[in-house]
Design a protein around this ligand. Sequence first.
Ligand code: ASP
Length: 356
Amino acid sequence: MKLPLLLAAVALPASAVAHESTTPTMKTYGLVIHGGAGVIQRDQMSAELEAQYRATLAEALQAGYAVLESGGAALDAVLAAVRVMEDSPLFNAGKGAVFNADGICELDASIMNGATLQAGAIAGVRRIRNPLQLAREVMEHSPHVMMIGEGAERFAASRGYEFVENEYFHTDFRRAQLERAKKRETRADQGTSSVPLDLSSPGISDDALHFIREEKYGTVGCVALDQAGNLAAGTSTGGMTNKKFGRVGDVPVIGAGTYANNATCAVSATGWGEYFIRANVAHDISAQMEYAAKDINTAAAYTLAKVAKLGGDGGVIALDHDGNVAMDFNSAGMYRGYMFAGRPVVVAIYGDEPRR
Ligand code: ASP
């Protein structure tokens, strides 16, 4: 399928596809992507920026779909789609990742193969251009599942990786975001914040809470189903702005930010990572399908309700072995989309656009 056709398809009004059944009638293959959840609203988005987001999401879908269409593996499709978003400054992954409190980008990623239940993850790396690729390297070329920081980079060097300077990831937009976060932190310390306290999140200042929700999360992820019926999932992120002390979120935690199992589904999450770890989001969705025979949309909604009850927000993309899709979130919006053989292509951003 050529890109112009795809863009024409995504230009359909949301209502034209919103209630389309996602139950495929024949053996299908395809992928679902997200580019982060958060406070993403029409009135805060310029037409130009929105067009850039939609075009990059479409490009990522196209890259992953091309792999699947030619008979390639779900894992390769996940890598291809995520790479487009890691290389784009629009998303909080790879180039354009958020800054930690020291003004450095530290990247996390994980990948899982639904056919074998093999998984790989890296956390806190600073010089790897495409972190999801390194997570795959951990999965396929080491006896381990997760590697962190300097050790992960030494492993990368042993596998012949070329490094980029941390500056490669830096953008003015994220720098300004860090400065806003630091200002809010100072105001919160001085007790001058006017944002109401959310009691469901004890220990977090009201200003910090407001900031976290206000600034979209922006992690990227992909779940794919290939022609052989194999599922895979991958997620990549810079984490959360102003993170401190080697903080690691849900993204590299298998079962929290990423999970894939051919028997059930593939899941990639985005949102306030601490809550997603505590609710074990990605595996929780799979477990409901395995133990309670729930369908993917019911399972995803149930797990996100658990996250909300804890006080967290964000979203997931999930795909089952029959090609049924969930793109659910309890934040205002989530960059998302899917592309399947024989089905309309969907690229969506706002809360009133398709979620399945
Ligand atoms: N879940 C990520 C984290 O907590 C953030 C995001 O989704 O953008 O690190």
